[in-house]
Ligand binder design. Structure first.
Ligand code: NAD
Length: 385
């Protein structure tokens, strides 16, 4: 079977600022060992620090001719997803793997279904123990947690650790992390390592212990019954619960030098957690990082891709966090994909076994045989019409 990796950073493409790549020389070696022929569009790894010759050395074919490679490919690996005009160039029944952001990309997903592509959406891979090695949401979110703390530290006009010197004692910075999922926990660990005092909150009380085990304090807010889905995602709060949370967090936010918000709701817009009014209680020079700025924002006034100053507070909405460490992000993502392909490769036929009865593929393959086949998406798409 032929695997093709597109250069998503090409000028004029939708994701031309993409620095990551879906392949590394090491992951290519693994795929070739499994029996695949691997082709890469020229310069696809460049922004992540991998030259074309790094790939040719491990027997990857490097091509400039994307159109021909698209037509020949049985499996296409993306960091993001195909461009709409690319969909018709891919042969029917090919398997397309990438971050498709399916809940917010209805027309592309429907086009991919019509083109009879098998779309495997990385976001839909279940958060199960078996799927951990292919869980790119987690690998990228871990890096995002680290990057957000580094960006906040750079913007803050003070240091994070305590410093005792003959010139005086500097108190450790106070960092408040809202949302202690994968990214939030990594942010807590990073801020702790830098010497800050860390406080965290999450609507899922089960994470309190994890926060404490990293040396952070957990802010307890009684908002009543909160749930989580079978995959461990937070459920949306009621309007009343949202208000209780916002009121209870206000003092902690006002007292913080850095606030990092990482709250997401699977398949829905993230909750607004910090209002402009609450921002106004923070000291000038304080920093807020809104991880969700690109998908709607946890912070009122944050702008995707930008750093804004709101009433003296620096609000960072950079987004694409893991791209700031594109080499590591690529290493992890490419490993996730190679592990996924390895898991479903039939060693006898050396081909990908698209077994839709398998619990991982049943959830993550969202288009097949001309239709959108994931129930959650089918319902979401119906609701949107
Ligand atoms: P996510 O990105 O969907 O959300 C980030 C965090 O925000 C979550 O912890 C969520 O509870 C929290 N949140 C949502 N609304 C909030 C609000 N109003 N206020 C404060 N916090 C709020 O989550 P994630 O990091 O992708 O993790 C989702 C779940 O999957 C977690 O339970 C995680 O432990 C689990 N997980 C399991 C595995 C595995 O077992 N293989 C792997 C990764 C993640």
């Amino acid at each position: 079977m032929n695997i093709f990796v597109v250069n998503e950073a090409q000028k004029g493409r939708q994701f031309s600022t993409e620095k990551r790549c879906a392949l590394t020389p090491a992951s290519a070696k693994k795929l070739i060992r499994l029996g695949y022929t691997v082709t890469l569009e020229t310069n696809a790894g460049k922004a992540a620090g991998f030259s074309d010759s790094d790939f040719t050395e491990v027997d990857v074919n490097v091509t400039k001719d994307r159109e021909i490679a698209l037509q020949k490919a049985d499996i296409l690996l993306y960091v993001n997803c195909p461009m709409p005009e690319e969909v018709s160039q891919i042969k029917a029944n090919a398997i397309v793997i990438g971050h498709c952001d399916p809940f917010f990309n209805q027309s592309l997903i429907e086009d991919m279904a019509k083109a009879k592509l098998n779309t495997l959406s990385i976001e839909m891979i279940p958060r199960s123990t078996r799927a951990q090695k292919m869980d790119a949401l987690s690998s990228q979110a871990s890096l995002a947690g680290y990057v957000m703390v580094m960006q906040a530290a750079k913007a803050l006009p003070s240091i994070l650790p305590m410093m005792m010197t003959p010139s005086g004692t500097i108190k450790p910075a106070k960092v408040f992390i809202i949302g202690a999922g994968v990214a939030g926990l990594q942010a807590i660990a990073t801020a702790k390592r830098l010497g800050a005092n860390v406080l965290a909150y999450d609507t899922r009380p089960v994470v309190a212990e994890q926060v404490q085990s990293l040396g952070g304090k957990f802010l307890h807010i009684d908002i009543g019954e909160t749930g989580q889905t079978k995959d461990g995602y937070a459920k949306e709060l009621t309007a009343e619960q949202k208000q209780i949370q916002q009121d209870a967090q206000r003092d902690a936010i006002a007292d913080s030098d850095i606030v990092i918000t990482t709250a997401q709701l699977f398949g829905r817009k993230p909750p607004v957690l910090i209002s402009k009014e609450t921002l106004s209680f923070m000291r000038p020079g304080s920093v807020v990082v809104d991880m969700a700025a690109q998908s709607g924002g946890n912070v009122e006034g944050s702008v995707a891709g930008k750093t804004k100053t709101i009433g003296g507070v620096t609000v960072i909405g950079t987004g694409n966090w893991s791209q700031a460490v594109a080499r590591d992000a690529t290493e992890m993502y490419a490993n996730n994909l190679a592990n996924l392909i390895d898991e479903f490769t039939d060693s006898e036929t050396q081909s990908f076994n698209l077994d839709l009865d398998d619990e991982i593929l049943a959830q993550s393959v969202i288009t097949h045989d001309g239709a959108v086949i994931n129930d959650m998406l089918v319902n979401a798409f119906k609701g949107a019409k």
